[in-house]
Design a protein around this ligand. Sequence first.
Ligand code: B12
Ligand code: SF4
Ligand code: SF4
Length: 275
Amino acid sequence: MAELTTIGEILSGQGAAVWGVCPFPPREALIPCRGLERLPKESKRVVIAAFPYRTPEQTGRNISRYAVVPDYHRVLREKLSAAGEKLSACFGGTFVPFVDSSPIPEVACAVQAGLGVKGKNGLLITKDYGSYVFLGELVTDRELPCTPPSQGGCLECGRCLAACPGQAISAGGKIDEGHCLSFITQKKGELFPWEEELIRQGGLLWGCDRCQEVCPHNLRAGYTSIPEFTKDLIPRVEREDIRPLCKERAFGFRGPKVLERNWEILFGGEKKDGG
Ligand code: B12
Ligand code: SF4
Ligand code: SF4
């Protein structure tokens, strides 16, 4: 279909590895957030795309993989805004960009649009880049043709369940947010001792990648070639870098105190022991 060819050209021109179109989800499936106000009045379709972010292994990394690259919210928003302008010029109507802080359940829509399958770890797994992709979308009031949904699921090997430090993944593939280490590293305020212990076990100041690192679908996941994600990589955050970096990197949205607390949990003891 001519419309899909045009959409593909525009999105791949912005670095999307895979993309698709699905119906706008039922209202009850939308995630409550401020983004609801930005949705087009007559939302009909979600044009969704996956952007690879895997980079070669870096020594001394103390933050999760997605946080090593420049803030993906900013990078994808720029790319999707540019794509939205072109799509609007081609098809008329509005194309509103969203990334992460979005009312759209992104993994479910990506599966619905045929970008890949949903793993037991809750994440979208693509053929060439595994789960190391960011998702972003344009919500439109145009009734564009849809792409076929993906069939099947992941290999169901259970490695993510076994490796999860917080035992946050259920056999049915639901994530218990409160026990997910990624969530705990971004929680504000004082933590329970068991939460602090999980941070020590994870060894990262921000995020958690265990359920992705053990996944067989990620063994041969390709590296990103998106120019914005191949430069200005910061794999290690030192104590004195936390405040300046919080102004520009993806881990800054909870404020510097959360990272400073995590730093104390992970490395504070070392300093005291060393005098
Ligand atoms: C909240 C959130 C978290 C929370 C909770 C995670 C969770 N799985 O519950 C925390 C902080 C723990 C987290 C952690 C991480 N996250 Co997160 N997170 C999100 C966020 C903002 C919302 C997820 C959510 O609550 N979805 C709602 C749930 C309930 O969706 P659901 O189970 O699919 O159910 C819905 C569907 O069934 C739908 N539905 C029902 N009927 C129908 C019908 C139709 C037609 C359709 C289309 C849908 C539909 O309705 C249901 C309710 O909404 C998304 C971005 C987004 N807007 O989606 C990123 C997102 C899922 N996270 C992402 C990432 C990268 C991570 C981490 C890897 C980061 C890290 N390294 O630390 C970890 C991984 C943890 C894990 N295994 O999930 C990426 C995942 C990319 C991918 N490959 O899948 C996303 C997509 C952000 C992005 N834009 O790239 N995350
Ligand atoms: S991100 Fe870490 S804690 Fe969260 S589900 Fe995956 S392995 Fe478990
Ligand atoms: S580790 Fe195994 S069960 Fe978990 S998402 Fe990957 S293939 Fe599926």
